[in-house]
Write a protein that binds this ligand. Structure first.
Ligand code: HEC
Length: 171
């Protein structure tokens, strides 16, 4: 046999081993589906890389609304209805829903999880498109542009909210 033929044969065998190996890994329960199971090797890295590529074009996008009390109060009203059950409220324990999810929904009013340093374009992208296979819904088809920017503004100012927005979250 010619060298080329050996090469092609080797390639096909390697491919078959990969496919069969992947299949056996799957049917033997290698990919756990419980929310309590730990992530697969590289799962977080792959998901983070894919997400970064997806939103990278939106990083420079700026909130068109003025960062005032009225917009943050409106953002707080949206947040209470559509986000709080997963992302929590200031000073409150996380919900049973949040505690049962994989991956964990960041608690956006807790110091360690706040997105106050994230470019608002990224937060707006996540609110609009959601994050597939994470539980984070996309609101692009259900909340108006203005409402998505208002809730983005709210979580971007989580550490320095005006009193009226805090009161709206507490109501
Ligand atoms: C059903 C639960 C659920 C709801 C409702 C939900 N989210 Fe999320 N959200 C998640 C999860 C889970 C993640 C984490 C995804 C990941 O790890 O990639 C997330 C991620 C995010 C992030 C990225 C946080 C970070 O640290 O990078 C932001 C910002 C966010 N959500 C905002 C919102 C806003 C605003 C709303 C309401 C309009 C909302 N989410 C509604 C589950 C939810």
């Amino acid at each position: 046999m010619s060298r080329l033929l050996w090469f092609v044969l080797g390639f096909v065998v390697a491919l078959a081993v990969l496919v069969v190996g992947g299949y056996l890994f799957l049917v033997s329960g290698g990919v756990r589906m419980e929310t309590t199971a730990s992530p697969l090797p590289l799962e977080r890295t792959v998901a983070r890389m894919a997400l970064h590529v997806a939103y990278s074009g939106s990083m420079e996008q700026k909130d068109p609304l003025p960062p005032d009390e009225a917009n943050m109060v409106a953002g707080a009203q949206t947040y209470k209805v559509d986000c709080a059950m997963c992302h929590g409220l200031p000073g409150a324990a996380s919900s049973l829903i949040a505690r049962g999810m994989f991956p964990d929904p960041p608690q956006l009013f807790e110091q360690k999880d706040m997105v106050t340093d994230d470019p608002e374009g990224i937060t707006y992208w996540k609110v609009t498109h959601g994050i597939r296979l994470s539980g984070m819904p996309g609101f692009g088809g259900t909340l108006a542009d203005t409402a998505r920017w208002q809730v983005t503004m709210l979580v971007a100012h989580a550490d320095k909210l005006p009193a009226a927005a805090r009161a709206a979250l507490a109501r």
